[in-house]
Design a protein around this ligand. Structure first.
Ligand SMILES: Nc1ncnc2c1ncn2[C@@H]1O[C@H](COP(=O)(O)OP(=O)(O)OP(=O)(O)O)[C@@H](O)[C@H]1O
Ligand code: SF4
Ligand SMILES: [Mg+2]
Length: 325
C-alpha cells in the first residue's frame, strides 16, 4: 500500500511557563520521535488518553505546526519545505473535521456560503450554477436531503448532527486525499454517531480519502478504522489492524486502556479520556525512558534507562515494549 502521509522521527516540543512567583519553563514533548504512515484510502485510528498528543499530531500533519525534529511527507514530499504553489495544492488536498459542531461553523454564514467557500477558493473560474450543483451533490452525500432545504439555513437553525454533516460537507467538497477527523462524534448524541461515522466511511469509499481518525473512544475507533495506533505521552506505543489490536493488545498501556472500557450502556459515553488506572499528572519531558515506565506494573531497570523501539510481533502488529524483545 502506498503511503499518503509519512511521519519520520517527528518531534514537537511546547514550552509552558509554570508558577506565579518563580516562573519556571517546562518543556513538553507533545510528539516524541513519532514514526507512522497512513496508506491510500486507509482510515487510521489514533487513540490515547487526554494530553497524549493526538491533536498535536493531527495539526502537524496538516502543516499547522512547526516541528522541532523529523519530517512529514505528503505523497513523498516534505510538507515543511513546500513552495507556495505546492502549499496551495496541499491545502486543497487535505482537510480537517472538528470536534465541535457548534463552534466550528461561522454563525453568520449560510450553509451554502460555508460549503461553497473552500470549493471556490480552489476552483477560481467556476460558474455559480456549477458551484450550486456541487454543493447540492455534497449535501446529498452527507445525508442532508433534500439539499435545497438546507442551502439558506444558518448553523443555529440546525441540530448538532446536521451541523457536523455540514462540517463534513465543507471538508469533502474539494475531494481531499487526506482528512484529519479530530473527535468528530464525541460531542454528538450517541444516537447520531453511527450516521456521521457512516458518512466518513462512505466518503472514503466514494472519494478514496485517507483519514486520520482521532478519538478517545475505542469502540467508535474500531468501527471506522482499518488500523489503530495507540499514543502515550507523545509516543506511538502500539499499532495493529483494528480487530487485532482490540482483541490482542500487547502493550501494558493498551491493555489498561482496553480494560477500562466500561460495559456497554447506551446512556453512558465510552470515554477513555482519563482511565482511572492512569489518573494523575505526568507529562512527557523527553526523558530517555519508556513513556509508561512510571505507571507500568511490569517495569524493569532497562525501561527507566532507554526507550524501547517498535518491533513487529505478529502480522502487521507492532509494539514498543521490552517485554516483547
Ligand atoms: N499550544 C500549546 N501550547 C503549549 N502546550 C500545548 C499546546 N498544545 C498542546 N500542548 C500540550 O501538548 C500535550 C499534547 O496535547 P494534545 O492537545 O495534542 O493532546 P490530545 O491527545 O489531543 O488531548 P485531548 O484528548 O485532551 O484532546 C499536552 O501536554 C498539552 O498540554
Ligand atoms: S517497556 Fe517496560 S515500562 Fe514500558 S511498557 Fe514495557 S515493560 Fe512496561
Ligand atoms: Mg485533542
Amino acid at each position: 500500500m502506498n503511503s499518503v502521509i509519512e511521519l519520520e522521527n517527528v518531534t514537537k516540543i511546547f514550552t509552558n511557563t509554570q508558577g506565579i512567583i518563580r516562573r519556571k519553563k517546562k518543556r513538553v514533548y507533545a510528539l516524541h520521535d513519532v514514526n507512522l504512515s497512513i496508506g491510500e484510502k486507509e482510515i487510521l485510528g489514533l487513540i490515547g488518553e487526554s494530553g497524549s498528543g493526538k491533536t498535536t499530531l493531527g495539526l502537524a500533519v496538516l502543516r499547522l505546526l512547526d516541528l522541532e525534529g523529523g519530517r512529514i511527507l505528503f505523497k513523498g514530499k516534505d510538507i515543511l519545505s513546500m513552495d507556495k504553489r505546492e502549499i496551495f495544492k496541499f491545502r486543497e488536498k487535505t482537510e480537517m473535521i472538528f470536534q465541535d459542531p457548534y463552534g466550528s461553523l461561522n454563525p453568520v454564514q449560510s450553509v451554502y456560503k460555508i460549503i461553497s467557500t473552500p470549493y471556490k477558493v480552489f476552483n477560481k473560474n467556476v460558474k455559480e450554477r456549477d458551484v450550486i450543483e456541487k454543493v447540492m451533490d455534497t449535501l446529498e452525500m452527507v445525508g442532508l436531503t433534500p439539499p435545497e432545504q438546507y442551502l439558506a439555513k444558518y448553523p443555529n437553525q440546525l441540530s448538532g448532527g446536521q451541523r457536523q454533516r455540514v462540517g463534513i460537507a465543507r471538508a469533502i467538497i474539494t475531494n481531499p486525499e487526506f482528512l484529519v477527523a479530530d473527535e468528530p462524534v464525541s460531542m454528538l448524541d450517541v444516537s447520531l454517531r453511527a450516521d456521521v461515522l457512516n458518512i466518513l466511511l462512505e466518503s472514503r469509499l466514494k472519494l478514496g480519502t485517507s483519514i486520520l481518525f482521532i478519538s478517545h473512544d475505542i469502540a467508535v475507533t474500531q468501527y471506522v478504522s482499518d488500523r489503530i495506533a495507540v499514543m502515550h505521552l507523545g509516543q506511538i506505543v502500539e499499532i495493529a489492524e483494528s480487530t487485532e489490536l482490540v482483541n490482542n493488545p500487547l502493550h501494558p498501556y493498551t491493555q489498561t486502556l482496553i480494560n477500562s472500557i466500561p460495559i456497554p450502556d447506551p446512556k453512558k459515553k465510552w470515554d477513555t479520556s482519563e482511565p482511572k488506572a492512569l489518573a494523575g499528572e505526568y507529562n512527557n519531558e523527553g526523558k530517555n525512558e519508556c513513556s509508561f515506565a512510571r505507571k507500568c506494573p511490569f517495569v524493569m531497570d532497562r525501561c527507566r534507562n532507554s526507550r524501547p523501539k517498535m518491533i513487529e510481533k505478529g502480522d502487521k502488529h507492532y509494539v514498543a515494549c521490552y517485554l516483547y524483545e
